[in-house]
Ligand binder design. Structure first.
Ligand code: SF4
Length: 266
């Protein structure tokens, strides 16, 4: 028989994962088939997630349907009763966004064939902005600057809680408009559905990705043997970005912005 402390550990491990929390939230509403769960959370490791929930005694599978156990129901009820009022935060009441005019199109310092764009979406999302982070594949909300940083290839989009938007490495005004339109539509779709995106696990960043944006001169100014070593130490938090002073050169402006964005993911 499993001891009570082992049970607590199993439950805590099971609920430590965002996908499993999402499955539990779905099961609170009603029982679900495997296919329904797969549609909502994806097929990756679904069997493993369900197994973790079963081992913790939170859910069980009966006739191909996943249901909450009595323990699972009690657990979820207690959890929602414990939730402090101020932590309940969703997109309901949020007004759809509109694109205001693109205010500035400036040449990028790093690459003059590209532009840095400053624009604005209204109304400002304020505190709701962090809730839309899971809508984007590569995005991270930074509490420090109060902005959502979204990566799309070489383009870096920073949407501030004030409504201001900056974009780097943009080819043309038409491209800027298209990106803004997609950004607006993605967020408005979530607002219209009335469903707040489920928080997901952190976007993973590794040293190889950071290395791509370093100067790659191996100049050793940072005190490391190579840019690659510096990238490894940055990810391990054994050094700080300001040690690479070459990154302050104008030609590396965009690289620096990208690395800063990636470090927000750590
Ligand atoms: S100072 Fe920057 S460019 Fe020079 S080795 Fe270190 S990481 Fe590379």
């Amino acid at each position: 028989m499993t001891s009570p402390s082992a049970n607590v550990k199993l439950v805590s491990n099971a609920m430590a994962n965002a996908t499993r929390r999402k499955i539990m939230a779905m099961l609170v509403e009603k029982e679900r088939t495997n296919a329904e769960i797969e549609k909502a959370v994806g097929a990756a490791m679904l069997d493993y997630h369900l197994q973790m929930l079963q081992q913790a005694g939170l859910a069980e599978i009966k006739d191909g349907t996943v249901i909450l156990t009595d323990f699972g129901k009690n657990f979820m009820e207690t959890k929602s009763a414990e939730k402090p009022a101020e932590s309940i935060n969703d997109l309901s009441g949020t007004k759809p966004l509109q694109i205001m005019e693109i205010r500035q199109l400036l040449p990028c310092i790093a690459d003059e064939s590209k532009f840095r764009v400053i624009s604005r979406l209204e109304p400002a999302l304020g505190g709701s902005l962090k809730l839309v982070e899971p809508l984007f594949t590569r995005a991270r909300y930074s509490e420090r600057i109060g902005a959502l940083i979204i990566q799309s290839g070489n383009i870096l989009i920073t949407l501030y809680s004030t409504g201001n938007v900056t974009m780097t490495m943009i080819k043309s005004e038409a491209e800027a408009k298209e990106i803004l339109e997609n950004l607006k539509n993605t967020i408005n779709k979530a607002i219209a559905s009335g469903v707040t995106p489920v928080p997901r696990e952190k976007v993973k960043v590794d040293h190889a990705e950071i290395y791509e944006y370093l100067p790659k001169t191996n100049c050793q100014i940072c005190g490391e043997q190579s840019c690659y070593t510096f990238a490894i130490k940055l990810v391990g938090r054994e050094t700080t970005l300001d040690k690479c002073t070459p990154l302050l050169e104008a030609k590396y402006t965009t690289n620096l912005e990208h690395i800063r964005a990636l470090l927000e993911y750590l």
